[in-house]
Design a protein around this ligand. Structure first.
Ligand code: AMP
Length: 270
């Protein structure tokens, strides 16, 4: 089948964690010449900076469990003193915070997520992006719609990748990611080289630290509680929602492209 051809400003790809968003995003970016912007990947890149420093101290003291908030950055900096390289201290603190939320399966707070998202989205000129995993809350959706309005651009459509929780849990356990370039694999559906190495950069692939059944169930709950209402809100604001089956009987690039094409056509978007 021919590649998809269409011209969009920006597309949102939504779906539960592990629903099968990445294979759809791969087709959209390669066929439509768009780029992926994933808040999950952004957080993981800061988490890598935090982990690379190999900080031995206890990080719990930076989090106030009563207010459920981190103490101010200045206080964290003072406590860290010169145990962390001063050139990367801001990124280290961001990584430390992201690590706390992501590794527990919780959503990162909106203020931090919105601020980071905007800084990356602005680099694209607010266009040509497939937004992956953002927005996930109503606050983030409001922030995004205000931003695109202000920048005279738009969100053309949402692709909602649908899948059942039980299948997601089974499949997520086979997911592997490249800790270096962020490429995503699946031991059964898209195996890395020799079942071990990233085909793009050769690094040994790993299981995501939040890909345990317990953490995944927390993420599925977060989706139900926060992201589904967000999706409804975006639909109410007039953005078409295109449903894509995340569990195709045949799992080839062609089959995914065909299913995407049919879904887009049914909404008059192709
Ligand atoms: P993902 O790679 O999209 O599954 O994201 C991994 C983790 O990053 C999520 O489970 C959240 O902890 C965090 N995260 C990613 N995007 C967002 C977002 N838009 N809002 C809040 N947390 C997010």
């Amino acid at each position: 089948m021919d590649k998809l051809t269409a011209k969009f400003d920006n597309i949102l790809v939504m779906g539960k964690s592990g629903a099968g968003k990445q294979p759809r995003i791969d087709i959209l970016t390669s066929d439509l010449g768009m780029k992926q912007l994933s808040t999950g990947n952004i957080f993981r890149s800061f988490m890598k900076i935090f982990k690379n420093e190999d900080y031995r101290g206890n990080t719990d003291k930076f989090f106030n469990s009563e207010t459920q908030k981190f103490i101010p950055d200045e206080e964290i900096k003072n406590t860290l003193g010169n145990t962390v390289n001063s050139k990367i201290i801001e990124d280290f603190i961001l990584g430390l915070k992201a690590h706390y939320f992501v590794s527990n399966g919780y959503y990162v707070p909106d203020s931090l997520t919105n601020q980071l998202f905007e800084s990356y989205f602005s680099r694209s000129g607010y266009r040509g992006m497939v937004l992956d995993g953002y927005p996930r809350t109503i606050d983030q959706a409001d922030f995004l719609l205000n931003l695109v309005d202000k920048k005279n651009t738009k969100i053309d459509l949402i692709i909602l990748v649908e899948n059942d929780d039980d299948l997601i849990i089974k499949r997520t356990m086979g997911r592997r990611i490249c800790p270096s370039c962020g490429a995503v694999y699946h031991l059964e559906f898209k195996p890395p080289k020799d079942d071990k190495f990233c085909t793009k950069c050769g690094t040994e692939v790993i299981l995501r630290s939040d890909d345990t059944e317990e953490k995944l169930r927390i993420r599925l709950e977060e989706f139900q509680k926060k992201t589904l209402p967000t999706l409804r809100q975006l639909e109410k604001r007039g953005i078409p929602v295109v449903k894509a089956n995340g569990n195709l009987p045949v799992f080839t690039e062609e089959a995914i492209r065909k299913s995407l094409a049919e879904a887009l056509k049914s909404k008059g978007l192709l």
